[in-house]
Design a binder for this molecule. Structure first.
Ligand code: GLC
Length: 603
């Protein structure tokens, strides 16, 4: 009996619905017809190409974007344009990769991604915001949304429309080197600010607007809960605890329309997240209805086993839609290998075509939603506004609202602008220490790391009266008896596992500097520039005032706005401040913290 074509089409749609639901694919979206029409024209090579995100550093021949139909390119923390680091260099760099994608048969535009995690921090001259822990201390969702909208404008100004932010880790142990990338140890605060960040980056909804930038909630799930805060470690807890502490920020981000989610290197009860089908597909895609796509972390699937083909099979079948691949031809596990192996897996029936189609649908849906098929052009006004005064003014407000006054004996603060003689010692003139990791380079660095910033010392010089004498000595070797002494102590910049530490004591050198200042008899104002609470030890007794400055970024005037009384202290601790390293032992709540969550003096 001849089956009518109508019946065939109906059967096809029904089959799609059933298969799509099995992989958590959302059933309908406004671009569904466009997605289906394009998908139906794609070859397997073109489909698998969309699932590849290659690092710009691996693409020695940009034409590989066209040759392999790549769907995405990223610039990891150290993958900068050879031409230089200006906004113009980055705009030309990202546009060059895009030009190859638009030369492919179907002209499917590229999604370019970057770690804009506290402003557009890879680009020289960009506005560098305080890191997330400082934004957590503001408790101000509206301000966080504003900050991320500025970040989106500066990212889009370089032709890039995807930021690997916000990190919504609910950080349990300050020994973790990524504590500062998280807002808080409090699930509700992380959830509130994570949603604000998604809205700030994407807009109310992800759209073709030139400054609507794809957000990427990360790292799913439990990255901040590993035993002893070991980076990429193992989060040990039952499902109820996982859902109570770590899942709410993702559920809220999904409801807010986040378009991408990055999977965590870490494991849950010994199972690597990149191979966890239950959490990636059953929970995130099916139960929570996540409509965007899942991207792996940097070479994260390589950690699953010694066999790259097996890694690909496990991760794609678990629900990964796009794989971040830092290696190129001539290196192991490179993006050509990935394509070759995944094609074999499909041919062998080990990765179902329905899984490939679901992944590609999700990626195409986002690209249609962002209007990339209509235009990949960059609004020159956005490029011109990178580092603009109005952007820096918002970052300065973030700094102001992030400062937490921990102690203020004898009302040492605020200082008078007319103070006669002010001594300043420590890392007060170190922009790199102010910005921390993920600034220009992956690990950050001391010194003048970027143009357009203001160090605390420069801000002090701009704030005090003409008659004020300032004595600055980085190492404290020249420390006269002044009317007050500002001591700035800081962590050396770091990122990720490089920041994992067994203890968080202020260094002996820092404590000696504070003691030396105390010995002069002048009021001592200690400012801590760190990615997390530090163990204060003798600094408590030797300081009159203590301010948690976190990692404030380029706008040092936000510090002096409050230190000299133009604005009050409003920051409140976004996480418990431990009294000693004993507290840091995961789960050891026997010792009372020095300062509780939400603590902060106003005067
Ligand atoms: C890093 C980080 C992740 C970042 C990615 C790309 O290893 O884990 O947060 O987005 O690689 O740089």
């Amino acid at each position: 009996m001849k089956t009518s074509s109508t019946k065939l089409v109906a059967t096809g749609i029904l089959l799609h619905l059933v298969l799509a639901m099995s992989y958590g694919a959302p059933l309908f979206s406004e671009h569904e017809q466009q997605v289906e029409a394009l998908l139906g024209r794609m070859t397997l090579d073109e489909k698998i190409g969309q699932m590849v995100q290659a690092d710009s550093g691996a693409l020695k021949d940009k034409a590989d974007v066209q040759k392999y139909f790549l769907g995405s390119v990223l610039s990891g923390g150290n993958s900068d344009p050879a031409a230089g680091n200006t906004a113009r260099d980055w705009l030309e760099f990202s546009t060059s990769f895009q030009s190859y994608a638009l030369k492919t048969r179907l002209k499917i535009p590229l999604l370019y991604g970057i770690d804009a995690v506290h402003g557009h921090n890879n680009i020289d001259g960009a506005t560098i915001f305080p890191h997330h822990i400082a934004l957590g201390a503001t408790h101000d969702a509206r301000l966080v949304e504003q900050a991320e909208h500025v970040t989106a404008q500066e990212v889009a100004g370089t032709g890039i429309r995807w930021a690997f932010a916000p990190c919504v880790a609910v950080v349990q142990d300050e020994r973790w080197g990524r504590t500062y990338e998280g807002y808080s140890d409090n699930t509700a605060l992380v959830t509130k600010l994570g949603v604000a960040a998604v809205k700030g980056l994407q807009g109310d909804t992800l759209s073709p607007a030139p400054d609507s930038v794809l957000a990427c909630a990360k790292h799913y799930i439990g990255d901040g809960g590993t035993t002893n805060g070991v980076d990429q470690g193992n989060t040990l807890c039952d499902e109820a605890t996982l859902r109570r502490i770590y899942l709410p920020p993702y559920a809220a981000a999904v409801r807010a329309g986040v378009g991408s989610i990055m999977v965590s290197y870490s494991s849950w009860n010994g199972v690597k997240m990149h191979a966890n089908k239950f959490l990636l597909t059953d929970v995130l895609k099916n139960e929570l209805g996540f409509r965007g796509f899942l991207v792996s972390d940097w070479a994260a699937i390589d950690q699953l086993s010694p066999d790259y083909k097996r890694d690909i099979e496990q991760s794609i079948n678990a629900g990964l839609d796009m794989i971040m691949i830092p290696n190129g031809p001539g290196q192991p596990n490179n993006y050509v290998d990935f394509i070759t192996q995944l094609k074999k897996l499909v041919a062998e029936g080990k990765v179902p075509m329905a899984r490939i189609d679901d992944a590609v649908r999700r990626i195409l849906r986002i690209k249609f939603q962002m209007g990339l098929f209509e235009s990949t052009a960059t609004d020159p006004a956005l490029t011109a506004a990178i580092g603009a005064p109005e952007h820096r003014s918002i970052a300065r407000q973030c700094v102001r609202e992030s400062l937490v006054l921990l102690q203020n004996k004898k009302r040492a603060l605020p200082l008078a602008k007319t103070i006669k003689h002010l001594a300043v010692v420590g890392t007060a003139d170190d922009l790199g220490a102010q910005c921390g990791g993920w600034t220009i380079n992956w690990q950050g660095a001391h010194g003048n790391v970027t143009h357009g910033g203001t160090t605390l010392l420069a801000a002090i010089r701009q704030t005090v009266s003409p008659g004020t004498k300032i004595t600055f000595s980085a190492d404290g070797s020249d420390l006269p008896k002044a009317d007050a002494v500002i001591v700035v102590v800081s962590e050396a910049p770091y990122a990720e596992m490089k920041g994992d530490r067994e203890d968080l004591d202020l260094s002996g050198e820092d404590l000696d500097l504070i003691a030396k200042a105390h010995a002069t008899g002048a009021p001592v104002i200690t400012i801590i520039l760190s990615g997390r609470p530090m163990i204060l030890r003798s600094a408590l007794a030797d300081s009159d005032a203590i301010v948690a400055g976190w990692l404030p970024g380029t706008e040092g005037l936000g510090l002096t706005d409050v230190l000299f009384g133009d604005y009050p202290f409003t920051g409140k601790l976004p996480r418990v401040w431990p009294a000693s390293n004993t507290h840091l032992r995961s789960g050891d709540t026997s010792e009372k913290p020095l300062f509780p969550f939400g603590y902060g003096l106003t005067r």
